[in-house]
Write a protein that binds this ligand. Structure first.
Ligand SMILES: Nc1ncnc2c1ncn2[C@@H]1O[C@H](COP(=O)(O)OP(=O)(O)O)[C@@H](O)[C@H]1O
Ligand SMILES: [Mg+2]
Length: 507
């Protein structure tokens, strides 16, 4: 078997159900051209997303994960062995805290997990290795369950980008100004709000001159504008003195408010630092926004995605997968024209540009009607799970037709198959592999415990546990788990490898 790094996604079957195997491997570099995952709630999207993340980390590919629903912090729960004692604190037998019943249930679950993972060729040493070689961080902007994030760092901490890539620095600034205006309860839309324009001009003037544009200095600039004109208008006709004073006063109230502090504390939005290996560990950074309201989510993620885009544009070109950006439940953040939330521009740009830099994007959604298919036409890998309505199915198959080779499969056949899909089954199509038409994929068991959205206390507890685990320093040369380690007789194990043309005709 080849040693080309590959993602072990799960078991596969041909659409006519005549051939299959336990392991479907997709070469890692196929992810450079992005993946899109569709399926109704409960179809197994987050499970598949988790598998992709686990495989990326195992291959040494750092991953940034955007979590809207709150279940991806489950990645913290990657236990190093099948010891039921490790599992017991994370299962609940009867709703009550009964240690004996919990241990019983944990023993049962542990056995099931062991079996399911063995099916995918993953054993206890792999669990240990996964724990030893990865670092899982959870960041919760504006809240304290996870690490805090200085969401306004594009504004308040000057980046050297202003000297090298003004356009992306300006986009990141614009997103940060939108967030400030939203926190003030004002219009955050850069295209409509004069306050947005004025604040951006004032901030940019400082940043270009090598200073920070902290809120305090912007308040001074609003009261005593350092320039006479904005565009063709005098500052006073652009925004009256009284309105500027109002805005300055609102900024002052914001500065004084304790909740605002939580937005300006903690790590800078420094993507290069996030993805750099630490103590030999490959980094996963989960940015969870489940606790925020809809508009806050869009604004915070707009800020984050602009930063990611700007980081990507500063990378050297690469054909190898160097990092993965994963967005579970992208519904509402990448809508079709004319809707334009702050997340849309950077996602579209990432899907168009990131491949040249070796950065893959994975998006998952339960609502295929609400998506910009022009952006999705950049995705080379499509995974279609169970979908509820005819309209949803038709929409996805239409989109898929755009990336598929012509004439290799009948659309009616595919539609029938999509309709029949059981939960946790997907139809997968990899545009890199024209000779392999769409086939069925059952994502493998996740290494992480999937226990659904975690409460604030559970996140805190899981982070503590994970930090104690990661506290042990690794030797610098510790190796990562190769994609497949277990040899199982061919009679029971069949491995399909995309992209190697080794004639997968086992049946
Ligand atoms: N790959 C997997 N490994 C283990 N459990 C899974 C996997 N995929 C799904 N599940 C189980 O099925 C449930 C629903 O799947 P999920 O991925 O959360 O669906 P979706 O994200 O589409 O709503 C999960 O809570 C989990 O218990
Ligand atoms: Mg989900």
């Amino acid at each position: 078997m080849t040693n080309t790094p590959a993602f072990n996604l799960g078991a596969w079957r041909t659409l006519d159900n005549t051939t299959g195997g336990n392991i479907l491997r997709i070469p890692t570099q196929h992810l450079v051209t992005h993946a899109a995952i569709f399926g109704m709630t409960g179809s197994g999207k987050s499970g598949l997303v988790t598998v992709v993340i686990e495989e990326a980390l195992s291959a040494g590919v750092p991953t940034i994960i955007i979590d809207v629903k709150g279940d991806l912090p489950n990645l913290l729960l990657t236990l190093p062995s099948f010891d039921p004692g490790l599992l017991a604190p994370w299962v609940e037998a009867s709703g009550e805290k009964d240690p004996v019943a919990n241990l019983e249930l944990a023993t049962k679950r542990s056995k099931e997990r062991k079996q399911a993972l063995a099916f995918a060729g993953i054993g206890e040493t792999d669990l240990q290795k996964f724990c030893d070689t990865t670092s899982i961080r959870v960041i919760t902007p504006g809240a304290t369950a996870g690490e805090s994030l200085h969401v306004l760092s594009a504004l308040e901490r000057r980046s050297s980008r202003w000297d090298t890539d003004t356009e992306s620095a300006r986009n990141a600034l614009s997103a940060a100004v939108s967030l400030v205006l939203r926190l003030l309860g004002r219009d955050p839309d850069p295209a409509k709000s004069r306050e947005h324009v004025l604040l951006s001009v004032l901030a940019e003037r400082r940043l270009v001159a090598g200073q920070n544009a902290d809120i305090g200095s912007l308040m001074q600039d609003l009261t005593n504008p350092p320039m006479a004109q904005i565009g063709a208008l005098s500052v006073n006709s652009f925004l009256k003195k009284r309105e500027r004073s109002n805005l300055a006063a609102a900024l002052n109230n914001l500065l004084a408010s304790p909740t605002f502090c939580s937005w300006r504390r903690g790590a800078s939005l420094d993507i290069a630092d996030w993805v750099a290996p630490k103590n030999g560990r490959t980094q996963a950074v989960i940015v969870s926004v489940a606790h925020l309201d809809e508009e806050e989510r869009a604004l915070v993620l707009g800020v984050l995605l602009e930063e990611i885009l700007s980081w990507v544009r500063g990378l050297p070109g690469s054909e190898r997968l160097k990092a993965l950006i994963v967005f579970d439940e992208v519904y509402g953040f990448l809508p079709p024209h004319p809707a334009n939330p702050p997340t849309k521009r950077p996602i579209v740009a990432l899907m168009k540009q990131a491949r040249a830099f070796g950065v893959g994007i994975v998006v998952a959604t339960q609502n295929p009607m609400d998506l910009d298919y022009r952006a999705l036409s950049n995705a080379g890998i499509w995974c279609i799970g169970r979908l509820q309505t005819d309209a949803d199915r038709a929409r996805v198959l239409d989109g898929l037709a755009g990336v598929s080779q012509k004439g290799e499969e009948s659309e009616a056949d595919l539609a029938r198959n999509v309709q029949r899909l059981a939960p946790r089954w997907f139809i997968i199509k990899d545009a890199h592999e024209a000779s392999v038409g769409p086939i069925l994929l059952q994502p493998r068991q996740t290494i992480s415990l999937m226990r659904g959205p975690m409460t604030r206390n559970e996140i805190l507890r899981a982070r503590q546990w994970r930090v104690s685990l990661e506290g042990v320093e690794l030797p610098a040369n510790s190796v990562l788990r190769p994609a497949v380690v277990v040899e199982i007789p061919e009679s029971i194990r069949k491995t399909k490898v995309f992209g190697f043309g080794d004639g997968d005709s086992e049946g």
